[in-house]
Design a protein around this ligand. Structure first.
Ligand SMILES: Cc1cc2nc3c(=O)[nH]c(=O)nc-3n(C[C@H](O)[C@H](O)[C@H](O)COP(=O)(O)OP(=O)(O)OC[C@H]3O[C@@H](n4cnc5c(N)ncnc54)[C@H](O)[C@@H]3O)c2cc1C
Length: 486
């Protein structure tokens, strides 16, 4: 039975629904309540806060649209049909990214992009029978009406890159259908990473890595509630549990979306939740033939743009605290190595939105600008973090061991005196320096570099997508015209 919310869901509703007994295992023990466990409680709270903000903005046409039943819905569920609709989607992606400074990439609006695009392109799923397209549309409507938080797992573990799943040392190391019943399919296996699944309502499962003939048992696309029987979640070490205080680890303690390995321990999936059933061609086509890949990565790049603004602010404030912001060399670094890329990604996002590809009445962000952004992103993030480290010099190590040094009688006087700068008192200077260190150098910071480099395929794969989305004919025609002139 679908719940009909008067408006959009509240943070409390979101938290209450996470108390469903999901099977999360940390250090060999089952987590009793993800909303109260110190590893997850704060990120869950952050997401709940944004649901409350979205609910408070439920009547704001900047981030909501009027649905078919006259009720307002978040723009994350808006099927874009024009550049203006994509602008509406960009606004809601910023709405979700700004409260987390672009540090939570898999907020509810990410997979909402995939489900909205799938529902707008049901014709792909209909190829295996209209019942599949019907299921996709019904689940999209349910997720939209219930404002569901859906995560996804679409990349298998690195068992053997030289062999397809059906030729692995043993079957169903990757997720596949071990058997079917009249009521549905039973899935066994594991997917490598599902970021934020521990705090999501549902999980979308399929493959974005190409499958080959023979992999039919693995060629599925389906959704599952996160408390499904047999679904087991194994998070990597959460960072919040390692943070000694918010002052010392302001990002690790609050914005960890906890990447998690998912295991399907013979999980039953009812047919109503199966979008593709053992069809290699459709699984390989679902992300790129539909607008889902371009639309989901538009969200990723808008979020990345917010993160870059945050990074620029960190760099500028560091230069100010050091008293170097008026130096020509520092300004050249801030302008040339940081602001340039902030403006470039802003321009790419606007171009992707302003010049959409409209096919069958659905507008997708222009792939040429999306893949240019993704290809650049993986490279420039390394340079940007190096620039921040260069600006800092030894600042990250010239810090007191913890906030306690400011509080203890024994250490307060020296800590206040010797950790200050002309521009800032010791407490404020160290607060900023520790924030920047958590952004670039801690395990949280290291994970974020890996995220920007791999959240959606490796550099090689992205570069080949850029190759396929660039207009080479236009470029060649110009050369032909030149060659023809003499
Ligand atoms: C922080 C983080 C969060 C993530 N969150 C999610 C999530 O929520 N959901 C999800 O489904 N996935 C998630 N992922 C997984 C991500 O999509 C994959 O890591 C990414 O697609 C790369 O795949 P891979 O890890 O298998 O590495 P590979 O694809 O195996 O790449 C590893 C290296 O091998 C090279 N390589 C790969 N294939 C070849 C080849 N044929 N020839 C030569 N070189 C090759 C690549 O260039 C790369 O340098 C996440 C990853 C990270 C790092």
């Amino acid at each position: 039975m679908w719940h009909v919310w008067p408006h959009m869901r509240s943070g409390d509703d979101y938290i209450r629904r996470l108390r469903d007994g999901r099977a999360i295992y940390l250090d060999g023990e089952r987590v009793k309540d993800v909303t109260r466990h110190p590893a997850f409680a704060e990120p869950v709270r952050r997401v709940a806060d944004i649901y409350d903000r979205a609910r408070a903005a439920a009547d704001d046409p900047a981030v909501t649209f009027v649905g078919p039943d006259g009720r307002r819905r978040s723009n994350m569920w808006l099927v874009p049909r024009s550049a203006d609709d994509l602008a509406a989607r960009r606004r809601v992606h910023r709405f979700w990214a700004e409260p987390t400074y672009g540090l939570m990439g898999r907020t509810p609006d990410h997979v909402a992009c995939v489900l909205t695009a799938f529902a707008s392109w049901r014709q792909l799923f209909d190829r295996a029978g209209r019942e599949f397209g019907d299921r996709v549309v019904r689940f999209y409507e349910r997720a939209r009406d219930d404002d569901l938080y859906v995560a996804y797992a679409i990349v298998p573990p690195q068992i053997d890159r030289s062999a397809p799943a059906h030729r692995h040392p043993e079957p169903f190391l990757h997720p596949g259908v071990v058997r079917e019943t009249d009521a549905g399919i039973v899935v066994r296996g594991s997917h490598a990473i599902a970021t934020s699944v521990t705090m999501a309502d549902w999980l979308f499962v399929s493959y974005i890595t190409p499958l080959v003939p023979g992999d039919e048992a693995y060629a599925v696309s389906f959704v599952l509630p996160v408390d499904a029987e047999g679904l087991r979640l194994y998070p990597r070490r959460p960072y919040a549990t390692m943070a000694t205080s918010v002052y010392d680890y302001p990002l690790s303690s609050r914005f960890d979306e906890v990447d998690t390995t998912v295991v399907f321990d013979d999980v039953f999936v009812p047919w109503e939740q199966v979008f593709i059933d053992r069809n290699v061609e459709l699984v390989n086509a679902q992300f790129h033939e539909t607008p889902s890949h371009a639309t989901a990565n538009f969200q990723s790049l808008v979020r990345f743009g917010v993160k870059l603004e945050f990074l620029a602010g960190l760099a500028m404030k560091l230069a100010e605290v050091q008293g170097g912001d008026a130096e020509a060399g520092t300004q050249a670094t801030l302008g040339g190595d940081i602001a340039t890329f902030c403006a470039t990604f802003d321009a790419l996002n606007h171009a992707a939105e302003r010049f959409p590809l409209v096919t069958d009445g659905v507008a997708r962000p222009h792939p040429q600008y999306i893949y240019a952004g993704m290809s650049l992103q993986r490279r420039v993030i390394v340079d940007l973090l190096r620039t921040l480290r260069e600006l800092a010099g030894g600042a990250f190590q010239n810090v007191p061991s913890s906030e306690a040094n400011f509080l203890a009688d024994e250490t307060r006087e020296h800590t206040t005196r010797y950790f200050q700068s002309r521009a800032a008192g010791a407490r404020d200077r160290i607060k900023l320096v520790k924030l920047i260190w958590d952004f670039v150098g801690t395990e949280f910071g290291g994970r974020h570099l890996q995220y920007e480099m791999f959240y959606s395929a490796s550099q090689t794969v992205v570069n080949r997508r850029m190759f396929r989305s660039y207009d080479w004919n236009r470029a060649k025609a110009m050369v032909d015209r030149c060659l023809g002139e003499y």
